[in-house]
Write a protein that binds this ligand. Structure first.
Ligand SMILES: Cc1cc2nc3c(=O)[nH]c(=O)nc-3n(C[C@H](O)[C@H](O)[C@H](O)COP(=O)(O)OP(=O)(O)OC[C@H]3O[C@@H](n4cnc5c(N)ncnc54)[C@H](O)[C@@H]3O)c2cc1C
Length: 494
């Protein structure tokens, strides 16, 4: 436990300084296994030699049932709440989900599902849905801002399935959420849409709904998003809201019919893959979803002002201004955007706890670990949270062990999600170098990826073997089980 707390503390310090530092002076080392920053230390940097263990998931077995069956109430039917509902229901718990929105509808368009998340979703029976709706991209190409030259390439297919035991998918968010909703209903989860939670009880596993109804169970899980009300209760009345790292994103979809027939942009539709233009303080991530019918774009740019002051009337012109000097082919696609949503990007740092002192209320997903979307791992972390919680609760043998199990869950997840918050901020720094010595050193350190030369180490965190193994090879169920077994053997030695 002391070792884990020390690792969390180290990660918290890193996240803190990455959030405070506007430039990249703090970019020296990571608290997670990675060789991506070695290029900053010159040619004599010593690569990390931590062993890389990859998951062994050749077949998906039905998860073992919990011996102590609980009645669990979940607030929020976003991707985190639904994932947790499915994972817990598969272990035999009775689950009710309360969603305040009148209908389900994920905001935004595309979402990437990396293998650490797809492995869990597939093992939970979402395969038939995802096979229909998701795309498996061939590669991620990082491009120079000015002319679109490929400066790094991460091969996803073939590659990721073979290495990490599961595919890298991209999908429409609404399709993913509805698939999870259908799977939850199929398993017997009671999902009550239009039933918001008004109040949490710090002492008992109880929620008061907006209509005054009171519901009680054995545990309340709040997956109520970045503006979580439950977080304040868990933190003893003083919220630790996420911070502004100084960026916002325009999220948009382009009509592919406009792109077809234009040789400057049509090539973007040819083979499914992510194209990411990176430059000074800005980047643009693009990929096609829905069987090539929609072209998804996220355009990140510096923004410190309060969202309430943003002028929606000029949002398209403002967006075009940010990227007007960029690759003319990219500018052409940006000019095809007809509507966009400007979205504030926020990041938290590892919280001290995710569980109320009574042990009856727990937060997860964005409520517990908001992060900038630069690793495409926010929802994946919420899926892992659900998997880890279900796994650890299935291992307890008596009701007296539940609070210990929740504590172990909390430690494991705070560290993992905290390190992902850090990795996401690190990507922001790595991608946003202005042209100059660091940018040239970075591009040189990524060049072997483009040339197809395997060196194992890269300034691109998707290509760096150690970072990729840590991010995508992680098995949330295995890690939760290992932590529980370790904690049990430690307490039996005392
Ligand atoms: C631009 C962008 C791109 C991203 N790309 C990716 C990506 O490619 N891959 C990835 O893994 N992640 C990505 N993310 C992150 C991902 O979108 C989030 O991490 C994820 O959606 C969080 O899910 P959640 O369920 O925790 O929270 P939310 O999605 O916010 O869901 C919370 C739910 O709780 C409900 N709720 C709130 N309060 C109450 C209440 N009192 N009672 C009942 N219900 C309530 C809300 O209505 C909502 O439905 C991206 C994020 C952004 C901004």
């Amino acid at each position: 436990m002391a070792e884990e707390n020390e690792a969390i503390e180290k990660c918290r310090r890193h996240v803190d300084s990455l959030l405070k530092e506007k430039g990249h002076a703090e970019l020296k080392e990571t608290s997670y296994p990675s060789n991506s920053l070695n290029f900053l230390h010159g040619p004599n940097a010593t690569p990390s030699t931590q062993p890389i263990t990859l998951p062994n998931t050749s077949s998906f077995l039905p998860p073992p049932q919990a011996s102590i069956k609980l009645k669990i109430l979940i607030a929020g039917a976003g991707l985190g709440g639904l994932a947790t509902a499915i994972a817990l229901r598969l272990r035999g718990h009775t689950i009710t989900v309360f969603e305040k929105a009148l209908e389900l509808g994920e905001v935004g368009a595309g979402i990437q599902i990396p293998p650490n998340s797809s492995r869990l979703l597939l093992s939970w029976g979402l395969g038939p849905y995802l096979q229909e709706l998701a795309t498996e991209p061939e590669a991620i190409r990082m491009r120079r801002w000015q002319n679109g030259e490929v400066i790094s390439l991460t091969r996803l297919k073939p590659g990721f399935r073979e290495r990490f035991g599961a595919p890298y998918y991209v999908v429409h968010r609404a399709n993913l959420q509805i698939s999870m909703y259908k799977r939850a209903l199929e398993l017997g989860v009671d999902v009550r849409v239009g039933k918001g939670v008004k109040g949490y009880d710090g002492g008992r596993a109880r929620v008061v709904l907006e209509n005054g109804e009171v519901c009680e169970g054995d545990l309340v899980v709040a997956a109520d998003g970045i503006r979580s009300e439950a977080r304040r209760v868990v933190l003893g009345g003083v919220d630790q809201a996420p911070q502004k790292p100084g960026y916002a994103a325009y999220r948009a979809m382009v009509d592919v019919e406009l792109m077809k027939g234009d040789p400057d942009v049509e090539w973007l539709l040819e083979s499914p893959g992510q194209n990411l233009w990176v430059g000074n303080q800005r980047h643009v991530m693009t990929y096609t979803i829905a069987n090539n019918k929609s072209f998804n774009m996220v355009l990140s740019h510096p923004e410190d002002s309060d969202p309430s002051t943003w002028n929606q009337a000029t949002v398209i012109e403002d967006m075009q201004q940010h990227f007007k000097e960029w690759d003319p082919r990219l500018v052409k696609v940006i000019n095809m955007i007809r509507t966009t949503l400007k979205w504030p990007l926020l990041s938290g740092k590892p919280l001290y706890n995710w569980i109320s002192s009574s042990g009856t209320l727990l937060i997860l997903g964005d409520a517990a670990h908001p992060m900038v979307p630069y690793m495409s791992e926010g929802a994946a972390m919420a899926v892992e949270d659900g998997a880890a919680l279900a796994e650890i609760l299935s291992l307890v043998e008596s009701p007296a062990q539940i609070s210990d199990a929740l504590k172990v869950f909390e430690r494991v997840r705070i560290l993992r999600a905290g390190q992902m918050q850090e990795a996401s901020l690190v990507n922001g720094k790595l991608w946003h170098f202005p042209d100059g010595p660091e940018q040239r050193a970075r591009d040189a350190a990524m060049k072997p990826d483009v040339d197809g030369v395997r060196v194992g180490e890269s300034a691109n965190q998707w290509s760096d073997e150690m970072t990729a193994a840590w991010a995508y090879g992680y098995d949330a169920e295995v890690e939760a089980r290992r932590a529980w077994i370790d904690s049990q053997s430690r307490s039996s030695r005392l």
